[in-house]
Design a protein around this ligand. Structure first.
Ligand SMILES: Nc1ncnc2c1ncn2[C@@H]1O[C@H](COP(=O)(O)OP(=O)(O)OP(=O)(O)O)[C@@H](O)[C@H]1O
Ligand SMILES: [Mg+2]
Length: 208
């Protein structure tokens, strides 16, 4: 089973967008997918409640941060969304049960600064030191015209974290999320460019 943690201490960095989209991509591959949500705002679980019945289904993984349990047996992929500021003991506990950590991060100085301590904390964790857990980052809301000035690659190099892909800023995300959907639930013809952006991230997850 693949267990994927989506985390970034900064609010609004794209954690729930990334969580719901990954869950949806795997559901389209006919995998048994569970989506957990440790955030009291319950963005991912609200999204799940709205998910149309005719689309590939994703199961709700009920998990509380006071009792971090492994995903139920029988699931093939478990994606866990987290709240802003998720760190300390709670982070340590969750890192013992996941195998991938993905950090969505927007390419602005405020967003990078907000991640610096978090990346240090992550690097000191036993699970990351022992490479039981793989860590990667995804640039969120990065447009091609600003790629050249994108500070993410250099910032991430300092922490030895790969930049897996960059996802452009497009209203497609807001439009689909509010209907319990993802871009992967739309026709290929409308989403070719966006699907291509996600592919490197998906390949990275599938590699292990
Ligand atoms: N690539 C994108 N293009 C356009 N809008 C985006 C993109 N990614 C995320 N958004 C929008 O940015 C906002 C914040 O995203 P999201 O809710 O996923 O962040 P979050 O990290 O889960 O926030 P929180 O810390 O509050 O849980 C949402 O309105 C979302 O629709
Ligand atoms: Mg969220």
């Amino acid at each position: 089973m693949r267990k994927i943690l989506i985390v970034n201490p900064k609010g609004g960095s794209g954690k729930s967008t990334l969580s719901t989209h990954l869950a949806s991509w795997f559901a389209w591959q006919e995998a048994k997918v569970m989506l957990g949500d440790l955030d009291k705002q319950h963005s991912s679980h609200h999204w799940l409640d709205l998910r149309p019945a005719h689309l590939p289904q994703i199961a709700r993984w009920e998990i509380g941060d006071d009792h971090i349990a492994r995903p139920p047996k029988g699931s093939q992929v478990a994606v866990l969304d987290t709240p802003a500021g998720f760190s300390g003991n709670k982070l340590k506990k969750v890192l013992k049960i996941v195998d991938h950590v993905i950090v969505p991060i927007q390419p602005s100085a405020f967003d990078l600064w907000a991640c610096a301590d978090f990346f240090e904390e992550l690097a000191e964790t036993k699970a990351v030191r022992q490479e039981d857990v793989q860590v990667g980052a995804v640039g969120m809301r990065v447009n091609a015209r600003t790629q050249a000035a994108n500070p993410l690659p250099e910032f991430l190099r300092k922490y030895d974290i790969p930049l897996l892909t960059c996802v452009r800023d497009t209203q497609l995300y807001n439009q689909t999320i509010q209907r319990g959907m993802s871009i992967f639930d739309l026709p290929h013809s409308k989403t070719q460019r966006d699907r291509a952006e996600w592919q490197a991230l998906i390949d990275w997850v599938l590699k292990r």
